[in-house]
Design a protein around this ligand. Structure first.
Ligand SMILES: NC(=O)c1ccc[n+]([C@@H]2O[C@H](COP(=O)([O-])OP(=O)(O)OC[C@H]3O[C@@H](n4cnc5c(N)ncnc54)[C@H](O)[C@@H]3O)[C@@H](O)[C@H]2O)c1
Length: 267
């Protein structure tokens, strides 16, 4: 179950956090993995930690907002591993400002990474994903990192919520487009609750600021209280869901959203 032997994956924003945990699980499941990020040194460290002396993972510099970076990174992945079966559009930014505070420049930056980055990744990885889909039994897979903030409103960051809502519906629309065209590429999204990563810390800082303090421990406890399961998430909670969506075990899923949020949106 959940094996990725012989598969090749590209994960954006995987130098740290959820992406790095996903890269590790995918390598453990038998895949070859390329990591693309703007944090070059951290990304190379992550590759060393995951793959050791093996050739199971590589790092490629990638700013997801740049078409040229995507073309170079995907071409390098295909040249190294012989093809591409899985794309994880994971790179993302959080802002933590409300409508009155946020500037137009901040909105443009958020859109560039959270929306344009997903569009470009999907568009520019498509030829390689289609090529492998023709040869494999169950086709290729794209997994997009949305959020619970792409399903319900966000008190902390309405602009982030707007971008993640876009990712949610782009996922469904791309799934329908590729199915209509007979491409054999499944497209699904995953919707994490609050996960303890650098971005998770940014949400605690934003929550504290909204309450007029810098007490991030108190803010973390408030966030914890919104998760009925009684804990916050860790990167592996989400990585396991992403691996599932990427494997043939999810072969009948496309255009779906997998909610992994400790019950947050069940309320
Ligand atoms: N942590 C959470 O609570 C949470 C909740 C819901 C959804 N998510 C989503 O999960 C994904 C991963 O988040 P995380 O918690 O691991 O965050 P993180 O900040 O730890 O990691 C994000 C990664 O994206 C990279 N990145 C940022 N801009 C980039 C760019 N222009 N090009 C390439 N890489 C870029 C960063 O360098 C970093 O390595 C994001 O899309 C995020 O929105 C996170």
């Amino acid at each position: 179950m959940n094996r990725l032997d012989g598969k090749v994956a590209f994960i954006s924003g995987a130098s740290r956090g959820i992406g790095a945990a996903t890269a590790r699980l995918m390598v453990e499941a038998g895949a070859k993995v390329a990591i693309g990020d703007v944090l070059d040194e951290r990304g190379r460290e992550t590759v060393r930690a995951i793959a050791g002396a093996s050739d199971a993972a590589i790092y490629e510099h990638l700013d997801v907002t740049r078409e040229g970076d995507w073309n170079t990174a995907i071409a390098a992945t295909v040249a190294r591993f012989g093809g591409l079966d899985i794309l994880v559009n994971n790179a993302g930014l959080f802002l933590g400002k409300d409508v009155e505070e946020a500037s137009l420049d901040e909105w443009h930056r958020l859109c560039a990474v959270n929306l344009t980055g997903v569009f470009l990744g999907t568009k520019l990885a498509l030829p390689a994903l289609r090529e492998r889909a023709r040869q494999s039994l169950h086709g290729s897979a794209i997994v997009n990192l949305a959020s619970v903030a792409g399903l319900v409103g966000s008190q902390l960051d309405p602009l982030y919520s707007m971008t993640k809502g876009g990712v949610t519906l782009f996922t469904k629309s791309a799934a329908l487009e590729f199915a209509r065209k007979g491409y054999r590429i499944r497209v699904n999204s995953i919707h994490p609750g609050v996960i303890q990563t650098d971005m998770g810390e940014q949400t605690f800082a934003a929550r504290a600021r909204h309450h007029g303090t810098n007490d991030t421990d108190a803010a973390r406890n408030v966030a914890l209280g919104t998760h009925p399961i009684g804990r916050l998430g860790v990167p592996n909670d989400i990585a396991k869901g992403i691996v599932f969506l990427a494997t043939d075990d999810a072969g009948f899923m496309t255009g779906a959203g997998l909610v992994v949020d400790g019950g947050l949106t069940a309320q």
